[in-house]
Design a protein around this ligand. Structure first.
Ligand code: BTN
Length: 267
């Protein structure tokens, strides 16, 4: 059977979705690249402007947090990166949580109801991972730039799920069958607004909205970090974005890095 060609990127649809936020972004689409984060890093090094976006249908070397690889489905995922330059004096503590919040709010604006956030920056839908965020730093002649990479599952792909070895969520679980341009436009619009707020007020201003979507709040969790493994109940996040872990001994640990998962007993 002949392969169906993937539809070319619909810039007009994206621009209509972006509305007035279109002036903030310069979006480029590639049918294939290694990793949108990697290619945008190279563009940042050559002086690309804040608001540059690279979206690709296929990533041959997609990257996830903590050195993991990121697999996605060319026809059923959205994979893109945004170069953003924060004002020089802004502290970046809590930035990755702010980005996760922007994605969650964008998906909610499209009609998703079961969106949650798993610290530090996983996007969950109905209790499964829907997407993730990888933020990297780019230094260039314009100063400090952030490469914000986002991957989201739009629809299920059985082959991908077999490769991953576990189930994941897709926006289609909520009967949202949306073109990648519509989802990208909504996420970029929300990112502009959340990153502006982060730039002027820091994570403190966004903390309550993040906590309201904390997918693991109150549940027994295991934290794997460089300082070792910790068990406890998942709490809120602190003003700097650290996760508060309530341990059995009454202590409150502040977790600033690592992975959090449901403790085996609670599954
Ligand atoms: C994670 O959950 O581990 C983060 C995944 C981030 C994946 C995105 S897809 C677009 C961008 N390019 C990459 O290589 N990674 C990020």
């Amino acid at each position: 059977m002949p392969m169906l060609a993937r539809p070319a990127f619909d810039y007009a649809l994206l621009l209509s979705q972006l509305g007035t936020a279109r002036a903030r972004f310069d979006v480029d689409w590639l049918a294939e690249c290694s990793s949108t984060n990697t290619v945008l890093q190279e563009r940042a090094a050559k002086g690309a402007a804040s608001g540059s976006v690279l979206v690709a249908d296929v990533q041959t070397a997609g990257r996830g947090r903590r050195g993991r690889s990121w697999l996605s489905s060319p026809d059923n995922s959205l994979t893109f990166s945004l170069l953003w330059r924060l004002p020089p004096a802004v502290r970046s503590a809590g930035l990755s949580l702010a980005v996760g919040l922007a994605v969650a709010q964008a998906l909610e604006s499209l009609g998703a109801r079961g969106v949650g956030l798993k610290w530090p920056n996983d996007i969950w839908l109905l209790g499964q991972k829907l997407g993730g965020v990888l933020i990297e730093v780019a230094f260039d002649s314009n100063g400090l730039g952030l490469i914000i990479g986002i991957g989201l599952n739009l629809r299920h792909d059985a082959e991908l799920e077999t490769q991953l070895g576990h189930a994941s969520a897709a926006l289609s679980d909520e009967d949202l069958l949306l073109p990648r341009e519509v989802v990208l436009g909504a996420v970029l619009r929300e990112l502009a607004s959340v990153l502006d707020r982060f730039g002027s007020e820091g994570f403190t201003a966004l903390r309550a909205a993040w906590c309201a979507r904390n997918a693991l709040l109150g549940l027994p969790v295991r934290v794997s970090s460089e300082s070792g493994e910790h068990l406890g109940n998942c709490g809120d996040v602190a003003a700097d974005g650290a996760l508060i872990l309530h341990t059995a001994y009454g202590a409150h640990l502040l977790i600033t890095g690592g992975d959090v998962s449901l403790a085996p007993m609670s599954r």
